[in-house]
Design a binder for this molecule. Sequence first.
Ligand SMILES: Cc1cc2nc3c(=O)[nH]c(=O)nc-3n(C[C@H](O)[C@H](O)[C@H](O)COP(=O)(O)O)c2cc1C
Length: 321
Amino acid sequence: MTIPSAQHAEAPALRPDQVDLRVRLGPLQLPNPIMTASGCFASGQEIDRFRDIGCLGAVVVKSITVEPRAGLPTPRMAETSSGMLNAIGLQNPGIDEWLARDLPWLHARGVRVIASIAGRTTAEYGFLAELLRDAPGVVAIEANISCPNVEDRNIVFAASEDATREAVAQVTRVSSVPVFAKLTPDVTDIAAIAASGQAAGAAGVSVINTLLGMAIDVETRRPKLGAITGGLSGPAIRPVAIRAVHQVHSALPDLPIIGMGGIRSVEDVIEFVLAGATAVAVGTATFSNPLATFELLEGLPVWLAEHRVARLESLRGAWRR
Ligand SMILES: Cc1cc2nc3c(=O)[nH]c(=O)nc-3n(C[C@H](O)[C@H](O)[C@H](O)COP(=O)(O)O)c2cc1C
């Protein structure tokens, strides 16, 4: 049995079904805060055979680009003793195919779809958002601006306040749904980048994308990834993600945050919410446990009831000094 913590001992006892998991991300209201992280859930068809993916707060799909992309050379994944490296290269069927094939299936399943889009230029972000206008089932757009800007020496959009503002503005200008800017942690001042996204009309931010990393096989002296460098994810990056969520929330308390980075357990979800996240997304954990998101969704109300917390939202930013 779990003993309620001292600060909640005076609150009335709760059953898990009495806990309110609803979250509000600006204009977007969701029944619960558990999402899939972009790129880590395929299109959901494999997992839907076992569980109803429509019960998740939302499904954030693999980033979609204007043209189909075949991805980067193999090997594309490498385990390290402290995190997973990947360099997939935004392999995806392209927006036309995605709209014709993947989205209708997700919509028919009743899934709340967050469409992740990735561009090489600011204009591509606007073009993709235009094609997503009024797309059935799409409840929000996540602009993955952790991508190289080919018009500015391949510097990642989200590494620059100006490029963030320009790319996000292209999307918010035409979008019929709320827009979230997905930020890279590889910057000096992530709160300043988040503020640029907000100034350009973003309803919120997704924090964090992978950290750029590299690993070398000391026997062959070759990099472990075909693309040499790649994104680090998993529990190793969680303290970085918590720090980033905390910094953004402290600077911009009203800006909704979708927190992610190394989430595996219900306690991890709570930690993100205490740091300032409104909702969370689960990525790498899904590779070792395809049902991770569903188990979190089941375990979250149990944890909250045991701790006598009636509303998840009451914990947002509620960490103590
Ligand atoms: C294999 C893989 C593919 C990913 N693809 C994308 C992507 O297409 N777009 C995106 O915005 N983030 C992508 N990500 C980043 C995740 O969405 C997430 O931000 C990051 O991995 C941190 O969460 P995690 O530690 O739970 O995986 C990818 C991550 C992994 C591991």
